[in-house]
Design a protein around this ligand. Structure first.
Ligand code: ZN
Ligand code: ZN
Length: 110
């Protein structure tokens, strides 16, 4: 991908800083840099949190704490419990339960 500076039309080169890639103008006297768009970052975070969610639900359930919760399917009173930060850090995390008996999984919103 080749990009040109919108200010001086010099070639822009990708630069990696703190794990974020953005483009910087090669003309030192210009110094223009293009920060990554906020929307792109949000999409990336969303994908990562969703895959993380699935990973915990499918492989790590043995290590999860067991709490008192009534399963709607089999009326069992114990379930594995974990939380997932779904979207931005501003939002409350989502609570997940998985029945220890029938493996029914559900989420709880406050
Ligand atoms: Zn420039
Ligand atoms: Zn159950």
């Amino acid at each position: 991908m080749v990009k040109f500076c919108p200010k001086c039309n010099s070639l822009m080169i990708p630069k990696n800083e703190d794990g974020k890639v953005f483009f910087v103008c090669t003309n030192v006297s210009c110094g223009f840099s293009e920060k990554p768009k906020k929307d792109d970052l949000n999409i990336k975070e969303k994908i990562e949190s969703e895959s993380f969610d699935v990973e915990i639900a499918d492989s790590n359930k043995e290590a999860l704490p067991v709490v008192k919760a009534v399963c709607r399917k089999c009326k069992n009173t114990e379930a594995y419990f974990w939380t997932v930060q779904t979207r931005s850090a501003d939002e409350a995390e989502t609570k997940f339960y998985r029945c220890t008996k029938c493996k029914h999984t559900w989420r709880e919103y406050d």
